[in-house]
Design a protein around this ligand. Sequence first.
Ligand SMILES: Cc1cc2nc3c(=O)[nH]c(=O)nc-3n(C[C@H](O)[C@H](O)[C@H](O)COP(=O)(O)OP(=O)(O)OC[C@H]3O[C@@H](n4cnc5c(N)ncnc54)[C@H](O)[C@@H]3O)c2cc1C
Length: 365
Amino acid sequence: MESFKTDVLVVGSGPAGSMTARYAAMKGAQVTVIERRSTVGVPVRCGEFMPDTENIRTMFPLAEDIEGLFDSIPSDLRLMHTKAIRLVNPKGKTTDLPVTGYTTDRDRFDQYLAGEAQKEGAEIVMNCRFDGIEDGVAKTSMGDIEYKVIVGADGPGSRVAQSLGLKRNRNPYPAFTAQAKGDFEPYVMMYFGGIAPGAYSWIMPKKGQANIGVGFSPKFAKGRKLSDYFDKFVERENLDVVTRTEGKYVPSEGPIDNTVSGNGMVVGDAAGHVISVNGGGIPLAMIAGRICGQVAGDNILNGRPLEDYQTEWRRVMLKPLKTAAFNKKLADIFAFHTEWTTSLCMAILGKRRMTNLIQCRRIFP
Ligand SMILES: Cc1cc2nc3c(=O)[nH]c(=O)nc-3n(C[C@H](O)[C@H](O)[C@H](O)COP(=O)(O)OP(=O)(O)OC[C@H]3O[C@@H](n4cnc5c(N)ncnc54)[C@H](O)[C@@H]3O)c2cc1C
């Protein structure tokens, strides 16, 4: 690609990028996605859990046509239905929260979303790294790309956000994940305490295996490395790890203030569209990506202002995401200091309030 022109340039082929591309292309815009990896979704750096549609609706009641977005995900991408989220306190006491969902293969999941974008006419260029913007032109490892609208769907360390002069996520926390062999019960397991200071360790059951992982907040880790905690968790739970360990950062402080600048927008992890209390971001990337794509397409066709994207995602997601970020701060202040405070806070909150917490609702009136 020597020099290339497109209407909408999307950087990143994760769920946010593919949804943006799909909906912008549906409007009739010429859409190009560039992705630095060589295969969409590979390697997997995710817990691979998706809540059921009704739980997404509970969290984001103002989002349009949630059913159309999530019920259409093919059944072969739903590997195991999970009956509840089982929280395990530092002493081993469990509480089952009535939040159902399913696990998926995240590589195939992302490839499905990318395929849907291609069906609408979006072009996806692999092995193409975005490096920056100079004089309104995108600089990439494959050459210059001229665009009318640029969308940063390039994850937590968003280079597009930086190039547009937008703030990037503060204090993202690191997480490790891998696959383990074995038969696991149909529960999302979340372990709290010294095993994952400031966050949690998890087991997400799939067929004949599970996605396992550990996240932590460096400020509670007292200088120890994430790999130490991961190894300790694997040993304690006697897990048979069969893949390489993959690591990535998770935005932990809610959405960034401003997601639009000039003819650019950021979406998904790049915009901090992640639930701070549990690190979940796939449904949000899809909801915000659809809005972003629709506005980008309309902008090309009839000049709709890009600010409409920000107005709309804020209407749908800002309150729940701010509530989750506030609840995470409360947990940092009161719960995460010692195993004792973690157990105490979990006991005080009880099942009902912890369900509110995980579903982005207020825990106290
Ligand atoms: C360990 C871990 C476990 C998680 N578990 C869950 C879970 O179970 N459920 C859930 O809902 N969420 C989970 N999340 C969060 C979820 O993975 C993200 O919120 C989601 O992937 C966000 O989608 P996205 O499209 O915004 O970003 P991404 O999926 O990160 O996609 C960004 C894409 O941009 C590409 N890119 C980056 N920079 C450039 C560049 N300069 N040029 C070109 N391409 C670039 C990347 O290669 C990548 O493909 C987890 C996150 C982590 C780290």
